[in-house]
Ligand binder design. Structure first.
Ligand SMILES: C[S@@+](CC[C@H](N)C(=O)[O-])C[C@H]1O[C@@H](n2cnc3c(N)ncnc32)[C@H](O)[C@@H]1O
Length: 221
């Protein structure tokens, strides 16, 4: 496979270790390799895409939960939505929310190519407004991966909609190490606020996985 040069590296692990991990998990499915490559060629900020290793982890976690309903906040080009949809139970549905309409063509074409278009409902708009309008009121799995300064807002908005035993997964919680450094910008503060809240929230079990830019996996008790 042609290697794609990563202009902006998101992984926190050393390159050689990440390569070893990539080589020792399931291969990236061909259709996702195509989406990964097309995103890198055609779309701004391709480092936002979950990618091979994190994508396989999302698929794995989703298969363990076998969710009937998934909510994703932050679709981008649809990579993580396709990974999460791999674990949907028969008849299950994934709702994904994206604010940027320019993504519509690439998202829909790859949902078709991977035969998930009937399992995924794509919503365009500000996540807060879309979540308020959603008809579904119970989710088995939620993936939060949009504007980081609003992580806490999204967590609070979805918490009551997640069933007991369900998962909330939040991406980029280590924010390239800024969360444990002196930075005070809005995104870093938003991520830090949620991480600190979750750490002492007795309603949930939680663990930060040092995968890529940090993946916080939360299980509602
Ligand atoms: C990190 S990317 C998502 C990557 C994707 N989940 C993946 O792993 O392939 C974040 C996306 O959230 C979208 N976004 C940012 N703010 C948003 C908002 N307020 N409501 C909905 N989507 C938003 C951005 O346009 C961007 O496409």
């Amino acid at each position: 496979m042609v290697q794609i040069p990563y202009l902006c590296r998101m992984e926190i692990l050393p390159v050689a270790l990440q390569a070893y991990l990539d080589d020792h998990c399931d291969p990236e499915p061909e259709a996702l390799q195509k989406l990964n490559r097309e995103t890198h060629i055609k779309v701004l900020r391709p480092h936002m895409l979950s990618g091979h290793y994190q994508g396989r982890l999302l698929s794995f976690l989703s298969k363990m939960v076998a969710p009937k309903r998934i909510l994703e906040i932050g679709t981008y080009t649809g990579y993580s939505a396709i990974c999460l949809a791999e674990g949907l139970a028969e008849g299950g549905i994934l709702h994904t929310i994206e604010v940027n309409h320019e993504m519509e063509e690439i998202i829909n074409s790859h949902f078709k190519l991977t035969n998930v278009e009937n399992k995924i409902k794509l919503h365009f708009g500000q996540a807060e407004a879309v979540i308020a309008d959603l008809q579904e009121d119970v989710f088995d799995l939620v993936f939060i991966d949009a504007d980081k300064k609003n992580n806490f807002v999204y967590f609070q908005l979805v918490f009551d909609k997640v069933r007991s035993g369900g998962l909330i997964i939040i991406d980029n919680v280590l924010w390239k190490g800024k969360v444990y450094g002196p930075e005070k910008d809005a995104d870093t503060e938003g991520i830090r606020k949620l991480n600190d809240h979750i750490a002492v929230d007795s309603r949930v079990e939680k663990i930060i996985l040092p995968v890529r830019d940090g993946l916080l996996v939360i299980r509602k008790k």
